[in-house]
Design a protein around this ligand. Structure first.
Ligand code: ACO
Length: 378
């Protein structure tokens, strides 16, 4: 048998052959199905991008209208799911509530017919439609309120902001939120996508696939950095404190949140787009002093760390955008999940098309031929 070198974290080892997305970390390029992220952010919508990721081609106008109609008509969640969510502790993290609710969908839609394209489409529609409703419902319920019904006249993102804040959003805010979902919809073989593919490879149901990916995204090394960026900006407090803060952290060899990426060695293209969106929001709804602190941080980090390829990543400006949209900090990662469900489902479908169950090997470094010691002699 061939002896392979063990690579912690499978660093650099291909786990799948995929045509869904591509990153060029040296040039700062991200493409979904070959289309640059900048073009999708400018011209597409989240639902159209989800369709592109999952079915591989941009939809025609009829296909898009049919998909939007289906998603919009499945946005409600069953009373039983609401009742279940009301029993969740209000102090629980919204990511844990989302993982439990996503898994529970599998109880309500338990048929498993993975060779049937109609079943695949149904599951895609239900998950994309219901995940935002469940995030908004938990937010209202943990504050002692009942969840509100989806608004029939609002599009996907506008309706999510409506369900969250109980009022119709400004159209610019809704469009900017929709672009944020496009930016976070997919990003090659990251930890949660890998988790989704491993779960999919057992031929379990798609609700279990999404629930396992949500659980993986929840960890602070993956989805949680944008929460920490906001905490860091609040701690710094003023533009004058930026340089001493950065110098102190570098002296202590501590990482600066929102900077650096395993793949990108230039500024993450999503960070550039998010910075522009933040500026649009501040122009319309009033300035945020934390933005000045962020811009100064980018300047000082570039001065000190650009030789190591350390630049802002997707998490650096996204928190500032969500804050201006009035979204509570602990919903930042669930919102990441609302977007990434499109990528996970694209990978679920791709995995099923040429499935082989994941069964990696290990390098055993334990003992051999140890005899059993009776309990009274240990
Ligand atoms: N601040 C200061 N120095 C940094 C940072 C940072 N944020 N990131 C990397 N470096 C330095 C390292 O100290 C190291 O320096 P050295 O060569 O002198 O030892 C060098 O740059 C390379 O860093 P690695 O840790 O090897 O880079 P890696 O690719 O393993 O890590 C990671 C990438 C985890 C994202 C890292 O940059 C980091 O921890 N950043 C802060 C957390 C963060 O923003 N995470 C969100 C990432 S985006 C996402 O997951 C959606």
């Amino acid at each position: 048998m061939m002896v392979c070198e063990y690579k912690p974290g499978l660093d650099g080892i291909p786990a799948a052959q995929s045509s869904i997305s591509n990153v060029d970390g040296q040039k700062g390029i991200l493409e979904y199905r070959g289309i640059r992220i900048e073009e999708l952010a400018e011209k597409s919508t989240f639902l159209e991008t989800a369709y592109l990721l999952i079915w591989g081609e941009l939809p025609t106008s009829n296909e898009l209208a049919a998909f939007e109609d289906e998603v919009h008509s499945h946005r409600r969640i069953k009373y039983h799911i609401c009742d279940m969510m009301k029993c969740f502790p209000e102090s629980g993290h919204p990511m844990d509530a989302l993982q439990a609710s996503a898994a529970a969908l599998g109880l309500f839609y338990s048929r498993r017919d993975l060779n049937n394209p109609a079943y695949i489409r149904d599951a895609v529609v239900r998950l994309i439609a219901k995940i935002p409703t469940m995030v908004a419902a938990f937010q209202l319920m943990r504050n002692g309120n009942d969840a509100i019904r989806p608004h029939a006249d609002l599009d996907y993102s506008g309706n999510f902001l409506y369900m969250l804040n109980e009022k119709e959003p400004d159209p610019l805010a809704a469009r900017i939120f929709d672009i944020c979902l496009i930016l976070h919809a997919e990003h090659t073989m990251n930890a949660s996508t890998f988790s989704a593919r491993v779960t999919a490879s057992t031929l379990t149901d798609p609700y279990a696939v999404v629930a396992s990916a949500v659980g993986t995204l929840g960890g602070p090394l993956h989805g949680g950095a944008n929460e920490e960026v906001i905490e860091m900006l609040e701690e710094i407090g003023s533009v004058e404190n930026v340089r001493p803060y950065i110098e102190d952290r570098l002296e202590r060899k501590a990482k600066i949140m929102g900077f650096g990426h395993r793949v990108y060695k230039v500024k993450d293209p999503r960070a550039t787009i998010l910075q522009n969106l933040a500026e649009q929001l501040f122009t319309k709804f009033g300035h945020d002093k934390y933005y000045d602190i962020a811009v100064e941080m980018e300047r000082v980090v570039q001065e000190k760390l650009s030789h190591k390829g350390i630049y802002p990543n997707v998490d650096f400006y996204s928190g500032l955008v969500y804050r201006k949209l009035g979204i509570p900090t602990d919903l930042f990662t669930p919102i990441f999940a609302i977007a990434r469900v499109a990528g996970w489902l694209a990978h679920w479908k791709e995995q099923l098309e040429e499935n082989r169950i994941f069964r990696p090997t290990q390098v055993y470094d334990g003992k051999h031929d140890v005899s059993y010691t009776p309990i009274d002699q240990r």
